[in-house]
Design a protein around this ligand. Sequence first.
Ligand code: UGB
Length: 598
Amino acid sequence: QRNLGILSSEEIGLAMMLLREGQKHLFDHWPEPGVDDKRKKGFFDQVAQLNANYPGGLASYIQNARKLLADSKAGKNPYDGFTPSVPTGEVLTFGNDNFMMLEEAGVREARRAAFVLVAGGLGERLGYKGIKLALPSETTTGRCFLQHYIESILALQEASCRLVQGQCEAEIPLVIMTSDDTHESTLLLLESNYYFGMKTTQVKLIKQEKVACLTDNDARFALDLNDKYKIQTKPHGHGDVHALLYSSGLLNSWQSAGLKWVLFFQDTNGLLFKAIPASLGVSSTKGYHVNSLAVPRKAKEAMGGITKLTHTDGSEIVTNVEYNQLDPLLRATGHADGDVNCETGFSPFPGNINQLILDLGPYIKELSKTQGAIAEFVNPKYKDSTKTSFKSSTRLECMMQDYPKSLPPSAKVGFSVMDKWLAYAPVKNKPEDASKVPKGNPYHSATSGEMAIYKANCLILRKAGVHIADPVTDIFNGQEVELWPCITWSPKWTSTFRDVKRKVGECCSISQRSSMIINGQNIFLDGLSLDGALVVNANDQAEVKVTGYVQNKGWALEHVDYKDISIPEETRIRGFKVCKIEQLEINYADPGKFCFKS
Ligand code: UGB
């Protein structure tokens, strides 16, 4: 009351709304006018921002929070009334005719796609100080995740344009969702690397904002411990991406530009783009409005399970059920053992890798109804079983994969299951946690993420006819992994398996201790026998055939300990560094046709 005189009419409106919604405590300590007036104004700046950022404003946020907190206190299961069962989806087999047909369909569609990378998370579980997009996906080339993603999109863009008749000037848009934790570093990474070859106009950053923290079951906001004129805030989760895309107007501009697909992906999966063409092919051939990429999942693995949920009213949805909810849901519906592996050694519920492909038209239609708001949840840590007070403040959260939950039964929702070695190797866990993962379960560490790239490349080349020696096992940072030849290629070398087959000729062989980097579009391996390290660099106008016997001392992986702080963090979290002892490097900077014979 005493401070009304210093407030604008807009600020008074916000104050009244807060009072109506039970937030009087925020003002209890306010001194008389004339004291801290600037800070009081600052408080309303923050409130105005929190109000604008949430679909429906802060009043909705508080009301939603009260309801979810009451449900949580009552122990209400969000899946009450639903019976889970294993859904059927598209199961793809890498390299067969169907897979190659789908890849071609996907590449054709890629020119009508937009990519959305959610990269607002800081990755506390990984314990890495920088942004995860700046981490090398593998260390033979040092190509970071963002570079890999951008080059993969550009490669798809080119491949897509090559496939269609006539002039094609597609520029596939890339949107990166950042947060206060990642925005500046992401921008700096892009700017200091000339956007990794993408046009600056092709890339847009949208920043998600945090939401207000809640101190109790009445959803009263928590004040910042160091600033009594500031509300404590925390991240709202990757589900924010839908509301941000909607409010930015990007979706409509894409539709006007003739785009058809929106592909969502996460920050550290070095394999993902090997699975994109075929899964986009599934979306287009099946006419899916929503297509989630999935891989076989070990029971209790920290990835959501794609589940068919049948309601008592007969309605059905196929959606992700998060890993911490799948086990209780199964137990509550007659599966006494909960989330367990079946005879295949995997959970019968495919694992969600949070790569979603949405049909833009139905997506816009749905978002115009919801403004992008999707199902939220709350996860308070209670002090005791009375569930009346929290150990620390909580907030509402949301996940991007919950988008299908609000769709009408007529929506065509499907999923595509791929081999895990081909599609999924995220970098999420710090070495000390990864080393405690039960044997046989994935580590999801920087070590396993890098090894998975070499393994996938080797298996792809094997399938294309190259003789690749079997891997050996080794232990890095306490994690036992398969060590395949360290083979990498720039995304422009190939976007599809058919293209790999075209570029790999007869009688090639690669020994286990070998490393190879293929850096260029028109590099062909034919009769190559490699026992050591080989690097081939060629510009896009050079067509290079590499043949003969290459032998040298090669490269070795030297063990390093994650606790050794004299070593750069991005190296020590993987437990090894590449020692480049000897290699053959061949470079083709001029246009023309060349044959290199060793
Ligand atoms: N992210 C944001 O952009 N903003 C945020 O506020 C939070 C995260 P995590 P999570 O594929 O293995 C998901 O933390 O949430 C970005 C699925 O929910 O790595 O534990 C962040 O930058 C789960 O079903 O994953 O688990 C990152 O790019 C399963 O599929 C992305 O969101 C699991 O991923 C994911 O954030 C998985």
